[in-house]
Design a protein around this ligand. Structure first.
Ligand SMILES: Nc1ncnc2c1ncn2[C@@H]1O[C@H](COP(=O)(O)OP(=O)(O)OP(=O)(O)O)[C@@H](O)[C@H]1O
Ligand SMILES: [Mg+2]
Length: 374
């Protein structure tokens, strides 16, 4: 029987994120922040948006993935906490299925794959380099631009002292600002669209302070938005049915973006936002263009096995890459509107089949034999 290690980070239960729990874990560093204990205590004084653990997976997702993996072998849960290296070394599974978003720092998503490589254990998904690269949206855009894959013009603001220099450079407004290495729409709200220099100064200053990392300022892409699941490798890599976003479903007056409010506040399982259509209702020509830029991005960034790629149309109606997620969100409940499982369903793959396809792609790539279904 194939032994499948399963690496993940589990979100604390809701009550564990309240102030008391925050104090009790003040010696831990929150994911993605450089602040550590200081940030945890500061959060008590001036609460940050409720997005600290937005990237981590809930118990239901972890259980659903474990069930899907169990069809292919014996599943060994390896929560990606401090003792992960020792546990991996002791267990030595035949392959690790990796969905761990990581604990700390801008290379956090690269840690589990790097540790697997260190111990010579095959693993699923992209390698540490691609995971770290895609978590840095500015570096990602540099690679895309160098390979002629369309992406909006941008500048990076590294510190408050840079803001005026960026504003002083001739820049057409509106622009969109966001933390350079976050995911799950952390720090991406209605306020991030800047119509003029003063608004840009205010939002960039706020994001620098709140997220303690550079801020990406880029042309606002005013057109339609799509997100595209990709499965497989090399010539066999394929774009799943494209998910289109219908921003008319957002509350009246909302900015047409899929940000923190839309993702986590307005879209509730008990009252889902009818924001997606899959397959997107678009012309064959546009679909071909989107699939082309998505597969180019997947290829030049070195993505493996699966990913989700966000696309928006620019003012000329051309498809631009917004960002690439080599560790895609995979909420199992269709009511949660998770886009990769949704795209997979439209392609006839249920949740277990999606997880199985990513695992099989990883296993085939590395010559790992999977066990038969149980
Ligand atoms: N340049 C831009 N122009 C217009 N809208 C943008 C731009 N950049 C981001 N957005 C909007 O903000 C949303 C979130 O941005 P982005 O995908 O970069 O963040 P994320 O937090 O990494 O997302 P995810 O949850 O997919 O990981 C996008 O889906 C899009 O609606
Ligand atoms: Mg995104």
């Amino acid at each position: 029987m194939t032994r499948i290690g399963f690496a993940y980070n589990q979100k604390p239960e809701p009550e564990a994120t309240d102030a008391a729990a925050e104090l009790s874990r003040a010696d831990e560093e929150p994911p993605s922040s450089a602040g550590g204990a200081h940030a945890a205590v500061a959060a008590l004084v001036a609460p940050a948006p409720d997005d600290e653990f937005a990237e981590w997976d809930a118990a239901e997702t972890i259980d659903a993935v474990a069930r899907a993996l169990a069809r292919h072998g014996e599943v060994i849960r390896l929560e990606a906490r401090d003792d992960f290296p020792e546990r991996l070394r002791a267990e030595r599974p035949d392959i690790v299925f990796n969905i761990a978003e990581g604990l700390r720092g801008p290379n956090r998503e690269a840690h589990v794959p790097a540790i697997c490589e260190f111990y010579g254990v095959p693993y699923s998904g992209s390698d540490p380099f691609t995971l770290a690269l895609c978590l840095d949206k500015a570096r990602t855009k540099e690679i895309l631009r160098a390979n002629d894959v369309p992406t909006a013009d941008w500048m990076l603001v590294r510190s408050a002292g840079d803001i005026d220099a960026v504003v002083a450079r001739r820049w057409s407004f509106p622009v969109f600002a966001k933390p350079v290495h976050e995911g799950s729409s952390k720090g991406i709200t209605e306020r991030n669209l800047a119509a003029d220099a003063d608004a840009l100064r205010a939002i960039v200053g706020d994001l620098l302070e709140r997220y303690q990392q550079p801020v990406l300022v880029e042309d606002f892409l005013p057109g339609s938005e799509f997100t595209c699941g990709v499965l497989g490798n090399g010539a066999a890599a394929r774009v799943l049915p494209i998910v289109g976003m219908n921003f008319d479903a957002l509350p009246a007056g909302a900015l047409p973006i899929y940000g923190f409010e839309a993702k986590w506040l307005w879209d509730r399982p008990e009252n889902p936002l009818e924001i997606f259509s899959c397959p997107a209702r678009i012309s064959d020509v546009l679909r071909a263009e989107i699939e082309h830029v998505v597969l180019r991005a997947y290829d030049v960034l070195g993505c493996r096995d699966w990913s989700r790629v966000d696309v928006r149309l620019d003012a000329n109606g051309r498809a631009n890459i917004v960002e690439v997620n080599p560790l895609p969100g995979i909420l199992p409940d269709p009511a949660d509107n998770s886009c990769l499982p949704k795209a997979a369903r439209a392609a006839g793959l249920d949740y277990d089949a999606l997880i199985g396809a990513a695992l099989e792609a990883a296993a085939a790539r590395q010559g790992v034999q999977l066990g038969s279904a149980r």
